[in-house]
Design a protein around this ligand. Structure first.
Ligand code: ZN
Length: 332
């Protein structure tokens, strides 16, 4: 399909592969891109649709609305945000505009984080992305290899379209917030929204479908190296262990392809071993520089390959260095 038009109308440049996960449950898996988009879960019930996460910009959510017609004619009733990061809620405004009865749901911690930090970051992006674009253009001017030039040209286009959208964003905050758990009971389905402890953020929401044995993890579990800049590395494994106690076979993660419990074990292993290694180094009095040299070499044999599936968009070593820095600061 052509990237940006559908019946002559411009929808957006975000790309998704829609995969059936169970009867009435689909994952819209976002293609990795310079301005990242989260995945979306699409859960159909007798009276309407639940959507989980809305990407980094309204046009990406509009692509999902457009493609929903391939799946169902039912209206979207609930939009769940798994956490407060830009790439999971900036598209919120699209749903109440298209479906007047749609409610946006998250937990209290995440709603507060959106108000305290998320709104400010929108203004930060408006200020910072022009510098980013200037840097990309400088890199492009210096680039010689055709493949690199093509990638940088695409990145410039994505950065410019993101800037245009974030500048005119009308942030739609959640209209319903819960504390620990919220359950939606539908004739044909149960949908549990759960808080299991801190991990990627202070308020990660998991969406669990017990009958279908599917869990939607947000960014507490993803298909590449996690971002820990707002995270709690020392709490993360315990939260993942609580997740592992649920009876499920498939995970729709915040980023990356649909996965099973084998990937959960790999992901848990990475977080556990990284935190453990940094802790041991700190206990022995190592400087951050020493930790940055030694821990990657220790982890690479097991983790470098599986965490490098998504190529240059998420280089493992660069992400690992950031994870180590965050963990070092939290442990010290
Ligand atoms: Zn994300």
């Amino acid at each position: 399909m052509d990237c940006c038009s559908h019946e002559g109308r411009t929808v957006g440049d975000a790309r998704f592969e829609i995969k059936k996960v169970a009867d009435g449950v689909h994952a819209a898996v976002a293609a990795p891109a310079y301005k990242v988009n989260s995945n979306t879960a699409i859960i159909e019930s007798d009276d309407g649709v639940v959507i989980v996460d809305t990407h980094s910009k309204p046009s990406a959510a509009r692509v999902i609305v457009e493609r929903l017609s391939e799946i169902t004619t039912k209206p979207v009733r609930y939009v769940v945000n798994t956490h407060f990061h830009w790439d999971h809620w900036h598209g919120n405004e699209v749903y109440p505009a298209v479906y007047p009865h749609a409610e946006i749901v998250t937990n209290q911690l995440t709603r507060e984080a959106m108000v305290r930090k998320g709104l400010k970051r929108i203004q930060d992006h408006v200020r910072q992305v022009p510098r980013e674009i200037a840097q990309l253009k400088a890199d492009l001017a210096a680039a010689r290899a055709p493949a690199e030039r093509a990638r940088l040209e695409a990145d410039v286009r994505l950065a410019e379209s993101y800037l245009a959208e974030v500048t005119t964003l009308r942030p739609a905050l959640p209209t319903i917030a819960f504390e620990q758990t919220m359950k939606l009971y539908r004739r044909d389905r149960e949908i549990h929204l759960l808080f299991l402890g801190r991990a990627h953020t202070e308020g990660d929401v998991f969406v669990y479908l017990p009958k279908e044995k599917v869990v939607i993890t947000g960014d507490a579990v993803i298909g590449w190296t996690p971002f820990m800049g707002d995270g709690y590395p020392e709490d993360w494994v315990a939260t993942v262990d609580r997740l592992a106690q649920l009876d499920f076979t498939q995970m729709i993660m915040g980023h990356g392809d649909v996965a099973g419990r084998d990937w959960l074990a790999m992901f848990r292993g990475y977080v556990h071993d990284m935190v453990d290694a940094v802790r041991a180094e700190v206990a022995a009095g190592a400087t951050l520089e020493e930790v940055q040299q030694r821990v990657p070499e220790r982890l690479a044999p097991v983790y470098e390959k599986p965490f490098s599936l998504y190529g240059h968009y998420r280089p493992w070593r660069a992400a690992l260095r950031a994870n180590i820095e965050r963990t070092y600061a939290m442990v010290s």
